[in-house]
Design a protein around this ligand. Structure first.
Ligand code: UT7
Length: 324
């Protein structure tokens, strides 16, 4: 019989997408591309674009409100806000501080984490550690991005891939001997390949915002083995395996990467949540957006075993196994 411990339980998820839909056909009017090329290579049909004056903190705020409503909680119940983002409103303060202000919260703490597309999974592992070490009792974790602001809209090799959005998760402490909540996580970074996927601007280098630069084929080449590496590690650490998995919720960068990773991990496509066709790659927002969709439509239910994974710039990569 297992002993009673503090576990990080998922209380709810939530999401927000900006209203404006940008389809592949529309993009093909401004850059030399086509719906056929984009869909065949990536699985993407459309993406959302934040409105002028709509910032990452606004998207995050709406996702947070949705998660609070779904948990039947109020802002008073949250004692830590973590925002995973690569596209903050300002250089400082953190987007999490701005979200805290928008929510009218004056207690607890708030900070951002930066692990690009892996940000939300890094956030799950961070939140889990804060809860298990009794630094927080109930955490609002948000992945929010306005990648449309750092994409070069004249570069067809990157601009077709990204979109804007936000997803949130509320994790809370529970003393239990059950096999529930965040069961295990695995995080990795290797800065050696930073220049395969980066933004060519920054505060202390160019003093500009910069644009996304990517060697797509190189990223693709690394993606599947990195995903396998961390998912396999999480299964080993948790004592579970892919046969027991109910849902696989991967980072939504490219349908071909999702399919290849699923195949290597022996996870059938019926158990894989795919939203890339509608959202494109929303970086740190992609996993919580996919989770929110699958919980909202009733696919992910209490008791389900759910594997999250992501990889992105850095390179960073990570996975988390959660019993819902
Ligand atoms: O969160 C993690 C971040 N990123 C990723 O996971 C992305 C990983 N990489 C990929 O998803 C793929 O590499 C891409 C979708 C970016 C590209 O697919 P690919 O099969 O690797 O294509 P490619 O880069 O080898 O390009 C093939 C051709 C090239 O033309 P040539 O040189 O063969 O004449 C490109 O110029 O396709 C051309 N091309 C396009 N054509 C139409 C590149 N972008 C486009 C486009 N529309 N948007």
């Amino acid at each position: 019989m297992s002993k009673i411990e503090i576990k990080s339980i998922v209380r709810s998820v939530g999401s927000y997408l900006p209203k404006r839909i940008l389809t592949n056909d529309e993009l093909a009017k401004t850059v030399d591309t086509s719906d056929e090329w984009i869909f065949q290579r990536t699985g993407i049909h459309e993406r959302r674009i934040a409105a002028k004056g709509e910032f990452t903190s606004d998207l995050a705020y709406h996702a947070a409100i949705d998660a609070l409503k779904n948990a039947n909680l109020s802002t008073n119940d949250i004692d830590l806000i973590i925002v995973a983002t690569t596209t903050p409103d300002l250089t400082f303060p953190s987007t999490a501080a701005l979200v805290q202000q928008k929510l009218g919260i004056h207690h607890g703490a708030a900070f951002d984490i930066q692990a690009v597309c892996s940000g939300f999974v890094f956030g799950v592992a961070t939140a889990d550690s804060y809860i298990k070490n009794q630094l927080a009792k109930r955490i609002l974790l948000i992945g929010a991005e306005t990648f449309s602001r750092i994409v070069d809209w004249n570069d067809r090799t990157t601009c077709v891939l990204f979109g804007d959005g936000a997803g949130a998760m509320i994790l809370e402490a529970k003393e239990t001997d059950e096999d529930v909540g965040v069961l295990a996580s695995s995080l990795r970074t290797d800065g050696a390949d930073w220049d395969k996927l980066y933004v060519d601007g920054g505060v202390s280098s160019t003093g500009t915002i910069g644009h996304v630069k990517m060697q797509g084929k190189e990223v693709f080449k690394h993606a599947v083995s990195m995903i396998f590496d961390v998912v396999d590690d999480v299964f080993a650490k948790s004592g579970h395996n892919s046969d027991e998995l109910d849902w696989f919720v991967p980072h939504q960068a490219n349908k071909r990467i999702i399919d290849a990773a699923g195949k290597k991990l022996k996870i059938p496509s019926e158990k894989t949540v795919v939203t890339v066709q509608k959202h494109a790659n929303t970086s740190a927002a992609s996993v919580p957006l996919a989770l929110s969709q699958a919980v909202g439509d009733g696919r992910i239910k209490k008791g389900d075993l759910v594997m999250l994974e992501a990889m992105g710039g850095g390179f960073t990569w990570g996975a988390s196994l959660i019993r819902w």
